[in-house]
Design a protein around this ligand. Structure first.
Ligand SMILES: NC(=O)c1ccc[n+]([C@@H]2O[C@H](COP(=O)([O-])OP(=O)(O)OC[C@H]3O[C@@H](n4cnc5c(N)ncnc54)[C@H](O)[C@@H]3O)[C@@H](O)[C@H]2O)c1
Length: 459
């Protein structure tokens, strides 16, 4: 079959896989190939056990795979055969040299640019899908034009705003698609080609265009604003605990102000995921680079409050449980950084687990999707840790439960049965404020929510 366009995506991760699956699903007239240097990942994309868990993803992949959606390790062939190349490789925080712990590590990104240059025989549109520091497209263009091969490359920025756990919904009906381009004739023509792809299923009002630097920066700023809301409400949760105010009531009251809105203001043990911290630190690094130290400090405090919230959580556990956790068995209900994903990158549960192990507690970890990742994350942590998928078995014989992830299934457990199976006095620390605290207290638990008065049977 002759396809209208040949689209390639380099990087078959949490972003590359689902975004390309959606394009292929919505546009059978295009051939979409996703390549990766990791053969195991590609084999999983070609199997019934996809490498990531995302509601609805399997159905979308299944509908298009081997029709117009292909997963492959042959990067060179992919580059040669395609006109449009999305680059969705990882851009983690740098761990070495200048900017270590802050700046984005662009080595995977730059390797990809060089490989495109080396293999390309015809003009290409290169689309930045990865989240990158503002001005990266300039570096990309310089690399692509470094050999005077006589091939024209246009670089576009098209950051991805999907949220893990709701990726398919977000891709099918995005709040907006943002496309940044240079404002030259050629840049605008390339931009229109990308608009045409999305216009197959996204209303044109929701496809917005901008200059390329605004587009690159908007992604960092969107994540910084989202994370800032979580740190803001979490900072107030600590004040609520001191003053008998209730963070849910405060959030409800402020959220009804339409200028504030009610989303993303649930107090919790803290934000996680591969992006928020990395992107904020990236923004902080950029601000420092341009001498904007006050601005850098402002955004850095969002990460500091997040760290503080995790510390506070464990400190509250310690003091509530008579200032010693040594030898006590604690069940972590949930390990993924949020519900409906198996992703554990930067999950608060890793920090909490480490701090509990430092107190010589024994851990039982439960999660419906993330146990494989949890095992890998904690393999060098030492201490006594076991992994049990069934929440009833996981909680049995423990002194305390700490809710780490807001999985719906945890709201519906039989807590009477769980209470019976636990050591007494039994504690629940609800790091997501998802449980019925009064009911738990009635059963006999000592209950410690976030940002609300605790309920104990000790007075
Ligand atoms: N995960 C999210 O929710 C999310 C959302 C929006 C944006 N982003 C951004 O998207 C980018 C990708 O994130 P992700 O979560 O998909 O990462 P990921 O680690 O899941 O996937 C990246 C993939 O790129 C592959 N790769 C690295 N170098 C390569 C190369 N030279 N050639 C071919 N493949 C290569 C890796 O093997 C890996 O499979 C990041 O910049 C991230 O900040 C992520």
């Amino acid at each position: 079959m002759i396809f209208e366009k040949n689209i390639l995506c380099i990087g078959a991760g949490y972003v590359g896989g689902p975004t390309m699956a959606m394009i292929a699903y919505k546009c059978p007239q295009y051939r979409v190939t996703v390549v990766d240097i990791n053969p195991e990942r590609i084999a999983q994309w070609n199997s019934d056990e996809l490498p990531i868990y995302e509601p609805g993803l399997y159905e979308v992949v299944k509908a298009s795979r081997d029709r117009n959606l292909f997963f492959s390790t042959d990067i060179e062939k992919g580059i040669i055969e395609s006109e449009i190349i999305f680059v969705s490789v990882n851009t983690p925080t740098k761990t070495f040299g200048v900017g270590a712990g802050m700046a984005a590590d662009l080595q995977y990104w730059e390797k990809t640019a060089r490989q495109i240059l080396q293999c390309a025989k015809t003009p290409k549109i290169i689309v930045e899908k990865s989240t990158l520091p503002v001005k990266t497209a300039l570096a990309m263009e310089r690399i692509l034009n470094s050999e005077n091969k006589g091939i024209h490359f246009d670089v576009l920025s098209n950051p991805e705003f999907l949220a893990e756990g709701t990726a398919i919904k977000d891709l099918e009906k995005p709040d907006r698609v943002l496309i940044g381009s240079s404002l030259t004739d050629s840049g605008l023509k390339a931009r229109d080609e990308l608009v045409e792809i999305y216009a197959n299923w996204v209303t044109t009002d929701n496809i917005i265009t901008s200059n390329i630097w605004s587009s690159e920066l908007s992604k960092l700023v969107a994540n910084a604003f989202l994370a800032q809301r979580i740190s803001s409400i979490n900072s107030i949760s600590s004040l609520c605990e001191e003053t008998d105010a209730d963070i849910s009531e405060v959030a409800h009251a402020i959220g009804m102000d339409c200028r504030i809105g009610n989303r993303f203001i649930n107090a919790s043990v803290g934000f996680g995921g591969s992006c928020f911290k990395k992107d904020i630190l990236n923004l902080v690094y950029l601000c420092r680079h341009y001498g904007l130290n006050e601005v850098a400090d402002y955004w850095e405090s969002v990460v500091k409050i997040n760290d503080y919230q995790k510390e506070r959580f464990v400190y509250n556990m310690l003091t509530a449980m008579f200032n010693t956790l040594a030898g006590k068995k604690i069940c972590l209900l949930g390990f993924a950084f949020k519900a409906n994903t198996g992703d554990t990158r930067e999950t608060p549960a890793i920090t909490i687990a480490q701090k509990l192990i430092d107190e010589n507690a024994e851990l039982v970890i439960s999660d419906p999707q993330a146990l494989k990742n949890a095992k890998a994350d904690l393999k060098d942590m030492g201490g006594k840790i076991s992994y049990v998928e069934d929440p009833y078995k996981a909680a049995s014989g423990t002194h305390a439960i700490a809710v780490m992830t807001e999985w719906d299934l945890y709201k519906e457990l039989d807590y009477d049965k769980i209470y019976q199976s636990m050591n007494k006095p039994a504690f629940i620390f609800d790091g997501r404020n998802i449980l019925d605290h009064k009911k738990l207290f009635g059963i006999g638990f000592n209950v410690f929510p976030i940002g609300k008065p605790s309920m104990t049977h000790f007075d």
